[in-house]
Design a binder for this molecule. Sequence first.
Ligand code: NAP
Ligand code: GLV
Length: 309
Amino acid sequence: MSFLIVSPGKDPKPWVEALKNQHPGLNIYVYPEDHNNEEVEFALTWNHPRGLFKNYPNLKVVASMGAGVDHITSDKDFPENVTITRVVDPLLSEDMGYFVLSLCLNHLRNLGHYQQNEIEEKWEPMGYDRNKDISVGIMGIGEMGKAAAKKLLNNDFKVRSWSRTSKDFDQINNFVGDEELEEFLSETQVLINLLPLTPQTEKILNKELFEQLPEGAYVINVARGEHLVEQDLLEMIDSGHLSGAALDVFWEEPIRDEHPFWKHPKIRVTPHIASVTHPNSVVPQIVDNYERMKEEDPLKNVVEKERGY
Ligand code: NAP
Ligand code: GLV
């Protein structure tokens, strides 16, 4: 039985090392090195070549190296009978929490403005809002969203959330489904997107949605680039309806030279680093699932393919 790693564009070495430390007997191959496809039952992946997994007749499980699984579910040729798992890791969630908190504070205290002014040697104080007066709306209150909410609540922000199914979280006003989206947006001054990418959520951050936010709202997208209609965001910022945006994820990564986001004074760009999986932290859960697969026990963190996350 073999364990296959398929991660073009991502260095597999730390994963191999962590896997070997955790399970010295594991027979690991790193795609595309020479291996027998029939022996592979478990694969660990990030951005595999489309259609690859249909060439593995005995494959049972494909594990995502991260929290998101859209890089797997978007493969039209992904074999139906293969289970998909994802990472659920407190460290990964906590990193996300700190990152969105820092973006919110950065926005409130106008640090982008001062950073630009420093380059131009301009002394230009601005007024600012206090955390307690700002309502942050989180779209998607799953593992990442909950961690973000916790950090924001601990720092006095008001938090509301939007999800597919109803939630009863302390101190969080939750809104559910399409029917309550408008109400959710109407008092959201900082919008954080932490939805998974599915056919239902693709391009959800569009002009129609932005128009339902209050004047001057700020948008943070740390989920996936494909959630955002880029042109709509630019229009809504340039018209003054939105005060700006912080974007960590993009349709095309890295974004191309000359992309209008790079130089836009009201858009912060970060290179998909909001929360990055640490192999040592998540390899124990991957190996646990590998053992569960061998013992035919139920796996953990299994993706529900019908709902897409
Ligand atoms: P999760 O635990 O599965 O949570 C997803 C949340 O989205 C749930 O609250 C779910 O609602 C809600 N949702 C899904 N579809 C919806 C819909 N159609 N309408 C309304 N709500 C919907 O996922 P997670 O672990 O928090 O991760 C979320 C995403 O963050 C990942 O998919 C990934 O794209 C992104 N991410 C980005 C980075 C980065 O570095 N930028 C790092 C990690 C993750 P229910 O609770 O009702 O099911
Ligand atoms: C990162 O984007 C992840 O999905 O873990």
